[in-house]
Structure formats: C-alpha cells, structure tokens
Design a binder for this molecule. Sequence first.
Ligand SMILES: *Cc1c(COP(=O)(O)O)cnc(C)c1O
Length: 368
Amino acid sequence: MQVPLSQPDIGDAEINAVVDVMKSNILSLGKKIPEFESSLANFVGAKYGVAVSSGTAGLHLAVKSLGIGKGDEVITSPFSFVSSANCVMFEGAKPVFVDIDPNTYNIDIDKIESAITDKTKALLPVHIFGHPVDMHRIMDIAKKHNLKVIEDSCEAIGASIEGKCVGTYGDVGVFAFYPNKQMTTGEGGMLVTDNEELAKIWMSLRNQGRADMDLWLAHPRLGYNYRMTELQAAIGVEQIRRLQGILDRRHRVAELYQDMLCDYDKIILPKLPTNGTISWFVYVIQLNTDYDREQFMRDLREKGVGCRPYFTPIHLQPYMVEAFGYKKGDFPITEQISEKTVAIPFFTQMTEEQVKYVTDSIKKLLGD
Ligand SMILES: *Cc1c(COP(=O)(O)O)cnc(C)c1O
C-alpha cells in the first residue's frame, strides 16, 4: 500500500467554482475575493479579512503595516516553518528566538519576558501544527510591555482557546492555504483583524500601494503584487463552506492514530491543549527509542509510507547563522525535539485502513 504524507481535499464544488470563474472572464480583482474574505473572517470571528498570494506574503504585510523595521526585534519560535522568522527579516528587523515547551512544541511563554529588550516591537507566536498558543498569556505580556502581536495561524485555522479562534487575539492573524494545509486555494493566504485601518493598508500594499480602485494609477506608497486570483478565491469559498466538516474529519483521523498508538511506548504522540481546541494540520510523532531517525524515515518510505522531518530549527539554517550568529546549543529543547520528530501521513480523506497500515508499519520497524 502507498500512503502519501499529505493530500488536498478537492471536490466537484471547487472544480465547478473554478470553471465558473474561467467562463466569467474576470480572473482577478472580481467578486470572489471579497466573498472569500468575508466568509473566512466570519468563520474565525474577525471583522476584516484581506486575501493575499501566500501565507508568507500575509506575514510580510503584517510586519510592514505594524511599522516594524531596521533595528527592531520580534520575538518568535525557532521550531517553525522558516516563513514565520523570514517575514521579520524582510523588513530589516531581527527575529529573536525563545525556546519551546517540550509538550506543546509552541513557544515557551515562561521564557518570553527575559528575551524582551528596549528594541522589542512585537511578539509573533506560531500555533505550531495547529496547537493553539495560550493567547491570554501572550496578550497579557504584550499589554504589559506595549508590544504588537502577530499570530502566525498558518497551521491552525479553526483552532481556538476558550472558544475564540486563534488569529483573532492579536493585532493581526495570518492564515495560509498551501495544498498541505487544512484547507487550500493552491497557493494563498489571508490576514485578519478587527482594525479597519490595518485592513485598508493591506489592501493597498497587496495591490502595488494603490490608493483605491477608482484611482488606478495613484500609488501613495510603495506596494507589492501580493494579490490572490479569482480562481483561488473561488476554491477558497467552497473550502470554507466545507471547513467545519474538514476539521471534524481530521479530528477523527487523529483519533484513529491515537487509538492505534496510545499503548505503544516507542513513540510519543502529539499532546492535546488543556484549555483549547487543536486544528489538526499534520500528525507529528516523536521517536522514543534509539532507532536512528533518518533510517526510520528511509525504512518507512520503503514500505510506501510518506514521512518527513518536522521541523529543522530555524536558528540553525545557514542564512540565519550568517545574519545573527545563532549556534547549536542556543535553543536546546528545539534542537533535541527536532531530531526526533517525524510527520507521518495525515489528510482529510485518510481511511481507517490507511491509518492501520501506517501504524502497523511503524510497529513492525520499531518492534514491540
Ligand atoms: C505554511 C506556513 C506559512 C505560510 O506558508 P506559505 O507557503 O507562504 O503560504 C507560514 N508559517 C507557517 C508556520 C506555516 O506552516
């Protein structure tokens, strides 16, 4: 049996919606973008949504619109996808890392305050693998030190703390729709906020710094082309319609894994949040044996089971080392955990039979 690591859940509704856009002749800057924006904002409980070409583009606009630049510092997690730290560097600011909590893999909130300096402008928590960061504590720290908050919610659409969705606690929340995310538009991202001023700035920045649509060649500020197409937005609208069902189904797949692996002590399973709801993005296990991780992944692939190391510490990426002099040993928990974690197949339509094949393959390799 072949079980892929990930697979998008695209149905006839998405296909038909794209065809309709193609036939309409309006492929960009049409009605689908605002429809997608309001339906996503509504789903997560934000006032405004602004669609962009990727999650990374969204994070960049978030950093830029909050006035973060040269000489500034932003506190974030080293155990993430590079994008969450790169967006700070795009504007010439420095990502300052704080090590993670070994249970949640999220930034260790107890260690944040000691990393704050007079250059710190913002906190950028990442809801890693869809596990919600305790945003009440983040917002308390931000208020106390007068910091902005950007939530990298790119892996966490629908995750919540005490019933309020992540992405709606901070000044800005950013979501992403690459095909391995819970929902996809092929490529794409969305910023959300309750701040009308910020939403307007993002709409201008994504569209070459234009003032508004009536003044086509008026560019009061330096902007980008970070626009999403109508085709992507049409897919997004259909995905939001089905999103609760998608998230529920992913919970079910995670439960199947949990049921089949809970008594197996050679693997540490993902922990559930204590005061919130996870939105399952990937299923990441931690090896609890001496079996070499690279060998384990080679052997698993040999059996037709997709897998990948998630994540390599950001602070040890060559360009980060070069720019800021980070070194091995700086964030020991991140480094230890990232050597043992493996993402195994996880997607919305995954069947019980597929989960069983994956877990049986793991048990065969690691032994009883
Ligand atoms: C996916 C992701 C992003 C954004 O990725 P894009 O490919 O640019 O859409 C940002 N941060 C994290 C943590 C992600 O997983």
